[in-house]
Structure formats: C-alpha cells, structure tokens
Design a protein around this ligand. Structure first.
Ligand SMILES: [Cu+2]
Length: 542
C-alpha cells in the first residue's frame, strides 16, 4: 500500500526577497544589490555562507608536503573484535609554517588518527574527553546501533562539568527553551562506542556531533577518517599502498596570533551557541587544508592513484578539477560514492563535492612529464581558494593496478513501486523563537518531537526541496538519488549515498530502505552552521 504523508509538507515555492535578506552572508549581499530572488537563484550562487579572512601571512601554495594521518593501532582484541582508545584533548600544531595553532583534537592531531577496519569485524572505541566542554562522537556513514551513533544529547561530560551550565546553555542564543532530553544517555569522562561495521567498504569519518556546537568543534579539529575494507575490494586490483591517498579537504581561517578564527558568539563554546550575524548561512575560511596542511604538495609516481576525497568543510562546496602544467584536464574516474563502490566507473572532468560527501577517485598520472605538476583546483573558489593541492610527478614507475569495468554487484535496486511511503521535506531559512534559524518542514530541531517514525525494513521515497545549498545527511542508512528537479540524477549522483547536495531552489528525490537497527537516529543538513541552528530532525525506526 502506498500512502502519502503530508504531515510535514514542503511544497516548492519561490523564495521571498525578505527571506533572502534575512539569512545574511553572500545571499544577503546579493539581495541588497537589488537582484530579485529568482534572478539570484538563476545565478545559482556558488557559495552559501560568508568567508573569514586570515590575519597572518599565508604560505605560497604547493610547498608543504601532504601529510597522511597515522593509522590507529588497536589496544587489544576480544570476542572477534578490536578495541581502540582515543583521547580528546587540546594540542597545538604547526599548520601554517612557523605558526603554532591551538586545536581540539582526537589523540593530539588534526585530522585525528585514521581507523582502518574490516567489514563485519566489530570494533569498540573508548573515547576519553579531556576537553573543556562536553563532546559527542558520530561515525558519519556508519551502520551503527543507536546507542553508539552519537545522538547530539548523548554527551560525554569532561571532568568537573556541572549540569547547570549545560542546561542553561542549550539554545539560549536563539531563545530556544532549554532542551532537556529525557532520553539522553550522558556519561562522565569516557564512553565506549561500538561499531559492528556490517556494511559496504568505504571511507567514513568521525567527528563531533554535540548539540548546538557541532560546527565550531569540527572547525577546531574534531574530525578523523575511518576506512572500512573487505576482501572483495582488495581483490579488485585498484591502486593501493602508497598509491591510495585519503584527502580530507577543509577550509579554515587564522587570527593574528595563529589561532583558528571562528565567529562564535561564545568563544568558550560552553554556554551560548551560534555565530555572529554575517555568518549565519555558513562559515568559510580563506585557507584550504588537505589532511590538515595548507595547499599541500605530494610527490607522486607517474602512475594511477586512488584518491579518497572527503569534504570536511563546515559550509564550503568545491568543484574539483585536476589540471596539468600545460593546461590539460585529467579524467577523474569515480569508482565509489559515500557508501562504497559504484557498479561501474563514471568518468568526470569536474566533480562537485558538498560538505560531508565523499568520492573514491582514480587519477592516472602516466603521461604527465616527470618534474611537472598536476594541480587539484576548485572551480567555485576565487583567489587562493581556487587552489586545493598539487601532485609533483617525481618519477616514472611501473603500474600493475587496474580499474575493473565491474566494481560491485551488491548495490540495492529499490524501485519506486517498493516504497510504502512518500514524504516531503523542505530545507529553508526561517524564524525560530524570534531569531534566525534553519528549519526542516518549517520547524526547528526538538529532540522530543517525533519527526519521522518508520518501520525497520520499510522502503520510502523522500522528496527534499531547498532554498540555498543544503547537503542533506541521513544517519544509519545509505540511499539512492532518484531525480533532481524532476529530471534524471546527475552523473555524480551514482551509487549509494549518505549525503546529497541540494543546490539553491533544487528538489531531489531519494529512495532508501530503513534497515540495520531500531532506535532514534537523525537526519540533518551537513552545513555545520545550519545543523547547529536547528536544521535537524528525528528519525525513529521502530
Ligand atoms: Cu543547510
């Protein structure tokens, strides 16, 4: 049976000019120049957010070597699984040459250490919070029981944290009522997160997901990679070892003393959430980091490389291209999406990537002259933000890697007729308790409200519509993109996704099956500032 859920209807209608003015940042500026909303949207603004400018001298591009985050070693093995320990603590790092930058870190580094796991082999990660604020860990893209999924109120409190501070703090910036959540499971100092990892191999990432404060916590450094592997993927013959590189791309800005700049209303991140007015649509930096290094360079063989790209930026979108010194664009051969291998490779010349999306790419440096460079550029940037990183081709080399024509045969094949329900959700700016908010279906996030209740195993179609850019992420499940604005999906929508990029005024249909575990999960915008300003909703699987 097919039922249409109109409960949180999000019918597409044009943005009003008033609403455009209300959201600040780039779009506010556009509205102020007198463009009508429709003209503004016709221009498809490339950014949603406002850019901070660094107050320190920035290094020239392509000088700092590309770091590759260390792989974390398990501290033990028990019951067929591995145990890890991560301490969340303050540290400082030399991100810009000659400049010390204080950070909040997992294990003292940014990015945090990479966890490498095997499909179906469970792991437990004990996180210990030595930071001055509560934290929550979410494994993005993980098929994780709700108790370990990092619900935003499942806080790990630091030593000496008083509940009073927490409860007066929640939501005060936007006048929200204090969000006491009776279902929250709060722990003191440590928490064991258990990940069964019974899922397709892919690049996941873990990051902070604390209620109201996710954006500044990620910005300060609380993000790391997690790679799930399996035998079938190992046997494909893809580039491996030193020719497989994870690339965590994130923009940041720096103050005169070398600290990370961030327009928090409360720089202690203890009490009052939110950012200053010009940044309500998102915080962008003017320095592009890859694996924590500014515009790095990597010495490469003239051979195929597997690039596992994550956009870990709070709000910045990129449109990536790989350009040789003589102006040739190299193919970006996509072999995987957020949730693992595609059925077959898809070749791109330009690849848009929204916050939290991942692409698994093959790039072939064979034929690029030794001593020359291939620059990874961002077509949506301007000035220094047009550059991302470079590969310097250091030597000729043999290459026995391959790109099989069939990469996987286990992608879900849900059809429209499989869906038992269709739901509509709008993602739009709006008023929230007298202030600015980002709303789903016209409502700000409330842990106590059941937004979506579905049955384990149900297939549903969701129709998502946006005002400005909103990368929409579902916890627990992967989904497939069915359509964009009534037309077919775009080439980069292939495969199984967990985050879909809604562009201004766009509508997207996705289809998924809610399987895995019962419990309380989330879906939300992964523009981290939007997420902190209430663009989240509950997904209850019963
Ligand atoms: Cu958003």
């Amino acid at each position: 049976m097919r039922e249409h859920d109109e409960g949180r209807s999000g019918r597409a209608h044009g943005l009003t000019r008033r609403r455009m003015l209300g959201i600040g940042g780039a779009l506010g500026l556009m509205a102020a120049t007198g463009l009508s909303a429709s003209a503004a949207l016709a221009r498809r603004p490339s950014i949603t957010g406002a850019e901070l400018r660094s107050a320190v001298p920035l290094p020239p591009p392509f000088q700092v070597p590309l770091p590759v985050p260390a792989v974390l070693k398990p501290v033990g093995t028990s019951g067929g699984g591995d145990r890890y320990e991560i301490t969340q603590r303050e540290a400082s790092a030399e991100i810009l040459p000659g400049v010390r930058t204080p950070l909040w870190t997992y294990e003292g580094t940014f990015p945090g250490p990479t966890i490498e796991s095997r499909r179906g082999r469970p792991i437990t990660v004990t996180h210990r919070n030595e930071l001055p604020v509560p934290t929550v860990v979410h494994l993005h893209g993980g098929r994780t029981p709700a108790t370990s999924d990092g619900y935003p109120t499942d806080l790990v409190l630091p030593e000496g944290w008083h509940d009073a501070a927490m409860h007066t703090g929640h939501g005060s910036a936007h006048g929200m009522p204090a969000m006491r959540d009776p279902r929250a499971v709060v722990t003191k100092l440590t928490r064991d997160y258990t990940f069964p990892l019974d899922q397709r191999p892919t690049l996941l990432w873990y990051h902070d997901h604390r209620m109201d404060f996710t954006a500044p916590a990620i910005w300060r450094g609380l993000a790391g990679l997690h790679i799930v592997r399996d035998d079938a993927e190992d046997d494909l013959g893809l580039p491996a070892g030193p020719r497989e590189l994870p690339l965590m791309i994130a923009d940041r800005a720096f103050t005169a003393d070398g600290s990370l700049a961030y327009p928090a209303l409360d720089p202690t991140l203890r009490v009052r959430p939110g950012v200053h007015e010009p940044y309500l649509a998102g915080v962008l930096g003017d320095v592009i980091l890859v694996n924590g290094a500014p515009w790095p360079v990597h010495e490469a063989d003239a051979a195929r490389y597997r690039l596992r790209v994550l956009n870990a930026s709070n709000a910045r979108h990129y449109e990536l291209e790989a350009v040789t010194d003589d102006g040739r664009r190299l193919d970006l051969v996509q072999i995987g999406a957020d949730q693992g291998l595609l059925a077959a490779p898809v070749t791109h010349r330009l690849l848009p990537i929204a916050p939290a999306e991942r692409y698994d790419l093959i790039i072939d440096f064979k034929g690029v002259p030794v001593g020359s460079r291939v620059r990874l550029l961002n077509r949506l940037g301007s000035g220094r933000t047009r550059e991302v990183m470079a590969f310097r081709i250091a030597r000729k080399a043999s290459d026995d890697s391959r790109i099989p024509r069939t990469l996987s045969t286990d992608l879900p094949t849900w059809r429209r007729s499989d869906a038992v329900r269709v739901r509509d959700f709008s993602f739009r700016a709006g008023q929230m308790h007298g202030g600015h908010g980002w709303l789903i279906g016209g409502q700000p996030f409330d842990p106590a409200r059941a937004d979506v209740t579905t049955h384990l195993g149900d297939v549903e179609i969701w129709r998502l519509v946006a005002d400005v850019h909103h990368p929409i992420h579902l916890h627990l499940v992967g989904f497939r993109v069915l359509s964009r604005s009534g037309g077919p999906p775009l080439p980069y929508d292939a495969g199984l996704k967990d985050t879909v990029s809604l562009r201004p005024a766009e509508s997207v249909e996705i289809i998924t099956r809610f399987d895995g575990y019962r419990g309380r999960y989330l879906f939300h915008c992964h523009n981290a500032e939007h997420e902190d300003m209430a663009m989240m909703a509950n997904l209850e699987i019963v």
